[in-house]
Design a protein around this ligand. Sequence first.
Ligand SMILES: CC(C)(COP(=O)(O)OP(=O)(O)OC[C@H]1O[C@@H](n2cnc3c(N)ncnc32)[C@H](O)[C@@H]1OP(=O)(O)O)[C@@H](O)C(=O)NCCC(=O)NCCS
Length: 173
Amino acid sequence: MNFKIRPATKEDCKGISRMIMELAVYVKMPDQVKISHEELERDGFCQNPFFECLVAEVPEENKSTEGFTLVGYAFYFYTYSTWKGRSVYLEDLYVMPEFRGNGIGKGLLSKVAEVGKKKQCVRLQMSVFDWNTPSRDFYAAKGAQDLTESEGWHFIRFDNQSLDNLANEAPKD
Ligand SMILES: CC(C)(COP(=O)(O)OP(=O)(O)OC[C@H]1O[C@@H](n2cnc3c(N)ncnc32)[C@H](O)[C@@H]1OP(=O)(O)O)[C@@H](O)C(=O)NCCC(=O)NCCS
């Protein structure tokens, strides 16, 4: 399979948005997607971008049955470990079903690792659903450690009302 992996441009945001929804359908949570391609354009292509993204592109002659040439993406940003320093967090890794098994997922993941290493990152981390054994196996096969199993971490979140409540309780300056 002939494919190219390259940094996303602002013009790719519609295609990325489509694949974000496809991934959300895959993880059975399509109702959770509230982001628009305009927000992606704003947040990823501003002076201090909130994220970076790589896309996998196939030539016209290999386009998907629906006519798409963007067939996968890796969406990531930088975090910081107080123990280890610079880190990359992989938010999404996705390859369209009809293009899987051709090395595209591996190519995207390795490319994120390469980009991170160039910026002296020492970790590449991600979260994956417990039931998503194909992806857990994919990461394990590449040498990733499952921290929930080995260290018992929980994934914690404040949003909506809990986030509002917390912010409202902040001491006044
Ligand atoms: C996970 C995913 C990105 C893999 O993409 P892909 O293009 O099919 O994977 P590749 O063809 O690059 O496979 C690369 C390697 O992983 C192996 N692999 C792929 N799927 C695997 C699986 N389920 N279990 C074990 N190994 C697997 C391949 O055999 C290949 O091994 P090799 O390097 O020894 O040849 C893709 O299946 C996907 O989009 N899944 C749905 C979305 C998802 O769950 N994303 C991750 C969580 S956000």
